[in-house]
Design a protein around this ligand. Sequence first.
Ligand code: CTP
Length: 427
Amino acid sequence: MARVLVGVSGGIAAYKTLEAVRLAIKTGHAVRVIQTPTSERFVGRASFAAITGAPVLGGEFEPDPARGAYPGEPVPDRAPISHLALVERAEAYLIAPASANTLAKLAHGFADNLLTAAALAAPCPVAVAPAMNQRMYRHPATQANLARLEQRGVRIVPPGEGDLASHGEYGIGRLAEPAELLEACEALLRPPTWAGLRVLVSAGGTREPIDTVRYIGNRSSGKMAFALAREAARRGAEVTVVAAATTGTPPPQARLVRVQTAAELARACEREFERCDVLLMAAAVADFRPAKPAAAKLKKEHGVPVLELEPTDDVLGALVARRRRDQVMVGFAAEHGAGAVESGRGKMARKRLDAIVVNDISRPGIGFDADENLVTILSRTGAERRVEQSSKAQVARAVLDEVERLRREPREEADGARMGARSTAGV
Ligand code: CTP
């Protein structure tokens, strides 16, 4: 199977990593382990060595008795020149538990021990599984470090909620369970199934000018759209993001087209639409705009202006009207309060979408500008999947999983939409 490198940093949860390593070996993977000096205070090297059947490394200057070989491989005649031989040959690198300190070092590119140096040198995908006290986990510094790693393409295996190591304390910060750690490794090892697929994502909130200075905007940050773009790129797709105003950081792997107004967004999406296989319409597009924006800055001395609004075009509606059968069209609906899902279902049918992602914006801590979301994904097949409150990266995974399912079930008929045949790539 695969060569998996596991990095263990300091945390009482290291005992769970032992079990995860055991499961990985049972699945057929060859596992080697690197430990930080602090982690050895929690689980000794002997335990990991016994389970993997290979020596455990702890420092850059320590010779590897197995000379960079993974279990099942012959030990080479010569010792490798580099202390990074293990990571250079790894197919996946899982760091679990990842302490707050190790996360901070990884986020800033430190290489002060073998585990962090290996992360910098890793030619393979990397996952980190944080585990710490909930106050440390929730601290903005830790959250910023996780966001930074995620932007760089590192997969975060989110911690669970429950009893924490400190007596009587309950909260978020428990290391993911061994089966979840194994699943994260497996996900890293999966081939990029979206290779050859072109994904168009619209992001952010449009701004409709009142005059040359002021505008009507909305609270969309673009974070959800960027998470979708990042995940699509991670699955191997070629991604274009048409972005209106955003506060999040766009993924470097995507081609970025910047726009301001709903009309500009419509033009950019129309240009890109023909060649896309999947449309993820996450932008918050203004429904109304000032009918006559002033050509200069409005002055107070001229009195309080009365704004006349006019409707904008329905961008998604226009794209649906010219869709091909093989294209998957996903809309997003921010709905308020009770009946959000029902209202989203109506929207999906009216707009003739393949799926719609509904979030209830009346709930605090999710949605606009937040790092987390809680959504229900509805699809034309009748499926209804609720994704409990989790990071936007996780929500993005669930949305893309639904797209994969939809691509396996092509539309029977597209209600008057254009039906040009086209071969489907990937997925
Ligand atoms: N959308 C669009 N063009 C618009 C408005 C919305 O393409 N002028 C898209 C959004 O990007 C989203 C979907 O339509 O994917 C649903 O957006 P929403 O604003 O909820 O839909 P509306 O039809 O405008 O419904 P509402 O009256 O509830 O705002």
